[in-house]
Unconditional design. Structure first.
Length: 331
């Protein structure tokens, strides 16, 4: 008798997704995202009250966190949820219980840094967890010590340069760097999935409504093919993200392979989906005033955060080479 494997979300995970979507539909519509100028304090407080930053205490794991991140990406939520969540995970691995409590309760805001790259919400963070070739460090900032916000194309989040030479404490070694890299790759991929899914919906809705030559443009073969290709990309993104999220939670030996695979596919696919969305929307999609640009610019930053697709292809190649050397199959 053959067994079937269910890859769908569980009833509880679907309920979590729907509740998160309802909250974000209410508190993060596009017009409010624009008005927030990178940070919505009320939305952040609501997320803290819902326990989103303390999923471990609620008995939730990495798959449930990916569910929430997919929804924040779908709504381009102007809050440091991804960054603080990743900082909490790194601090928890290091046994920094005091800082973990301050971040999970919303008393302080956390973020993450990759080498000397600019830091998302670096101008608002109280705690910066940084990964470098030398290990993982943590820097605590007060209001007077935070850097100034820098101009950026992503209108939904803030960006700043946090000096890597500031006083810090080392909280992890090489293995912890890889663990943070895995978490960040999956987290950014989940956000890209949510954004791509929303652009697919916006594009198909527009293709039904926009009339050209007396017919909806969705009836034209070229537009149909665009939308079909977007759907294939989004569903493949979903498979890669949730496989990787499961691997992280299960401490599977292939978690790094899964994480880099997700980042590679999602970074490339998100770029294609955004480009197709622009084409389907035509001239209106190329204007800054259209909501599509909120997703486009956010996705572009997610694509390169904690390693772009090229970086993760190189990493994946090294990981698979190690498997071959150990006598294991790459399949």
């Amino acid at each position: 008798m053959s067994e079937t494997v269910d890859f769908d979300l569980s009833e509880d995970q679907v309920a979590l997704r729907d509740a998160a979507r309802d909250l974000l539909d209410k508190l993060a519509p596009p017009e409010r995202v624009r008005q927030a100028d990178g940070f919505d304090r009320d939305l952040w407080a609501a997320m803290v009250d819902q326990g989103w930053l303390d999923t471990e205490s609620l008995g939730l794991g990495t798959v449930e966190t990916a569910v929430l991140l997919e929804q924040t990406g779908r709504h381009v939520a102007p809050v440091p949820f991804l960054q603080t969540t990743l900082a909490i995970a790194a601090l928890r691995r290091a046994g920094e219980d005091g800082l973990v409590e301050q971040l999970t309760t919303g008393e302080r805001i956390g973020t993450i840094a990759w080498h000397d790259d600019p830091v998302v919400y670096g101008d608002r963070a109280d705690v910066v967890v940084r990964a470098t070739t030398g290990g993982v460090t943590v820097t605590e900032l007060d209001a007077a010590g935070r850097p100034e916000r820098q101009a950026a194309m992503d209108l939904t989040r803030t960006l700043a340069w946090v000096d890597a030479t500031r006083p810090n404490r080392r909280i992890g070694g090489a293995d912890d760097v890889q663990a943070l890299l895995d978490d960040a790759a999956v987290g950014h991929s989940a956000e890209m999935l949510g954004a791509a899914e929303r652009i697919l919906e916006m594009s198909t809705e527009y293709a039904k409504d926009r009339v050209q030559f007396g017919k909806p443009i969705g009836s034209f073969q070229a537009v149909k093919h665009r939308c079909a290709d977007m759907l294939v990309d989004v569903e493949a993104m979903r498979s890669a993200v949730y496989w990787a999220a499961w691997c992280l939670g299960a401490h599977d030996e292939d978690r790094s392979v899964a994480a880099s695979t997700a980042k590679i596919w999602c970074a490339d696919a998100a770029k294609r989906v955004m480009a197709s969305g622009l084409q389907v929307h035509g001239g209106v999609g190329f204007t800054w005033e259209h909501d599509l640009h909120l997703f486009l610019k956010r996705s572009q930053l997610d694509q390169v955060s904690f390693g772009d697709a090229t970086f993760h292809r190189d990493r994946l190649g090294r990981l698979l080479e190690q498997r071959v050397a150990a006598g294991r199959s790459v399949l």
